[in-house]
Design a protein around this ligand. Sequence first.
Ligand code: FMN
Length: 184
Amino acid sequence: MEKEILIIVASVRPVRAGGKVARWVMNQAEGRPADYKYRLVDLREINLPFFDEPGSPRTAETYIHQHTRDWSAIIEPAAGFIFVTPEYNHGYAPALKNAVDFLYREWKGKPAGFVGYGGSGAKDSIRQMREILDRFRMRIAENQSGISKIGEAFDEDGRLNEDLVSGSITALFDELEGMIASTA
Ligand SMILES: Cc1cc2nc3c(=O)[nH]c(=O)nc-3n(C[C@H](O)[C@H](O)[C@H](O)COP(=O)(O)O)c2cc1C
């Protein structure tokens, strides 16, 4: 059966680099084995409020808010994730942390990887998110990809200057798909 890998866009700003980065990731995912379906999930469109469930998602049997149920229905069937994330003030993207906090079992134990971007590839942001995802015993790909000097990384036609990319995105896809295959 086809396994779904969600490419989750963490920036929710009206004007942002995250959209271009996510499109680049989607383009790079073209031609991957047919068993894996890559799908874009944009937190700006999901538009969650600040975490507002009364109970802990870890123990809750039901969620009281429809937006939580809708978010759960997106994350629950997914086999793995790639978080496309910026860094703000040496930290994680708040909308991503918030979206993660809403759920528990939907993330638990699943494979995930990161594509970071910013002044120098969002390394602090990713390091912090890796620690947070450890709470869910998620398995995080060692391979991660980063884009530096994000302000000048894309030309007017949206083409990425590959010299500013660190870490192989192909290696990230390979590792993630391998982890999913090993748990199937
Ligand atoms: C409030 C703020 C803080 C930032 N802090 C960092 C930072 O700590 N490290 C970094 O590499 N880039 C930082 N940047 C630059 C962002 O990486 C860059 O603006 C990027 O485009 C943000 O992603 P987005 O446009 O998709 O939201 C910061 C930008 C803003 C607006």
